[in-house]
Design a protein around this ligand. Structure first.
Ligand code: FAD
Length: 407
């Protein structure tokens, strides 16, 4: 079959690789000059935070937004659009486990490098109640293939000495020696290389303008190159993997794609105390920060990320109060380790489905398939999602039990 993958992000590239492996003739279309540009740090510059904090929201406005979110959640559970947190976690763990196995397989088969920059991943709790609640779900997660190990505060500090300042405040931690949130740049580059070697065609610097449907199928896709010149392309099947850009195209075809927009806040900080900086990737459950060392051309840095769900009527501008909270929390967790005066701030928008899970699977349009809205776990799940959508497009059953879109 001829298959067009719309979007050359990490999900599009992974989809293309596995589609080509299944014998299809694959073309990837993207407006960027290189595939997997975001994962490789080659995407257009991220938006910068405003210099002054945004105007304060009234208490009334905040309460209304909170109420609206709760109603949304409950109606989602009732209509089946949204999964309860426990069910969602199980689906996500299964997909992440499958994805990890898929990556291992790929590495064995093709020697794709996987640059593990940290010595594991640790979920850190300073709230005893939250830790207690988490311990109840751990056995179930372990049964699903998650290699999580519960740790006492002493054990956590033993593995990650940089947490010693939290002694007396730490409620417990969960640790896995495998860092699933690996740096994707080298991996994305290898995957794009393997796609090309396998014969995948990349049509870069082309924007998807419109998907034209006829008789319940996509007939062709309309493209524009960098000079605005239009062209048409036809295939037997189409995979929509445009990230947040998927929404208008789905909606134009009458496909409901309830997405929740998330803003990823990211701070990169120079490390001034190397010995005190964490070796493992830390996931602070209190402020939901992900903290890890990264290598940059200027040397090792600490990157702190936090994903915030946007209220439905929220503006597109980032809210600089999040950066202030993140910096304060880093100072509490790792006092004196970084130099906040030289912090680099950035923030990007990305999308997660209203169900809280990636949208992978069929649509009501017979030859249109989805692999989009992965949320903050996009790199982790890319290979599992890519292999699954390739199997679905090919009429094969996916190899993992997941809430795939049924169309
Ligand atoms: C700061 C930051 C840190 C992150 N950290 C992690 C992490 O540690 N672990 C993890 O698993 N995930 C992480 N993520 C999430 C991860 O980046 C995303 O989930 C993943 O990149 C999504 O991949 P995608 O292919 O769906 O979308 P994208 O990477 O957004 O790709 C979509 C592609 O579609 C193209 N496109 C869109 N519209 C059009 C159009 N009309 N025409 C042509 N092309 C179009 C875009 O150019 C883009 O290349 C992080 C994200 C950010 C921002």
């Amino acid at each position: 079959m001829r298959v067009i993958v719309l979007g050359g992000g990490l999900l599009g590239v992974a989809s293309a690789y596995y589609l080509q492996q299944l014998g299809h003739e694959v073309t990837v279309i993207d407006r960027h000059a290189a595939p997997a540009a975001k994962a490789r740090g080659m995407a257009s510059a991220p938006s910068r935070p405003p210099l002054a904090p945004p105007p304060a929201r009234s208490l009334c406005r905040t309460a209304i937004d909170g109420l609206r979110r709760r109603l949304h959640r409950v109606s989602g559970y009732l209509t089946g659009v949204r999964h309860r947190p426990a069910a969602r976690l199980e689906h996500m763990v299964r997909l992440a486990t499958y994805s990890r196995e898929t990556v291992h397989e790929l590495r064995k088969e093709a020697g794709v490098s996987q640059d593990l920059r940290s010595a594991g991943w640790m979920r850190v709790y300073t709230d005893a109640k939250a830790f207690e609640a988490f311990t109840h779900s751990v056995r179930r997660l372990q049964a699903l293939g998650c290699s999580l190990q519960l740790l006492s505060p002493e054990q956590a500090i033993g593995i990650e000495p940089s947490l010693q300042h939290l002694h007396g405040h730490l409620a417990g931690a969960a640790f896995t020696p495998e860092d699933t949130s690996r740096d994707p740049a080298a991996f994305a580059a290898s995957l794009a290389f393997m796609c090309r070697a396998a014969g995948v065609r990349f049509l870069m610097n082309h924007s998807v303008v419109q998907l034209h449907a006829r008789d319940g199928r996509i007939d062709h896709v309309e493209l524009a190159n960098a000079d605005g010149e239009r062209s048409l392309l036809r295939a037997d099947a189409y995979v929509l993997a445009l990230g947040t850009g998927s929404v208008p195209h789905a909606q134009a075809l009458g496909i409901a794609m309830p997405l929740r927009r998330m803003r990823e806040y990211s701070i990169v900080l120079p490390i001034q105390d190397m010995a005190g900086a964490p070796q493992v990737m830390l996931n602070d459950r209190h402020e939901r920060l992900r903290i890890r060392r990264i290598e940059t051309p200027e040397g090792e840095r600490l990157r702190v990320c936090c994903t915030v769900r946007l209220a439905t009527d929220a503006q597109d501008l980032p809210d600089s109060t999040h950066f202030a909270r993140m910096l304060a929390r880093v100072e509490t967790l790792l006092p004196g380790v970084v130099d906040p005066s030289r912090a680099e701030f950035s923030s990007t928008l990305h999308a997660r489905s209203a169900s809280g899970m990636p949208l992978i699977g069929r649509t009501p349009v017979r030859n249109l398939f989805l692999n989009t809205a992965p949320g903050a776990q996009g790199w982790v799940n890319a290979c599992g999602a890519g292999k699954s959508i390739a199997r679905i497009v090919s009429g094969l059953s996916p190899e993992v039990e997941f809430a795939f879109a049924k169309g």
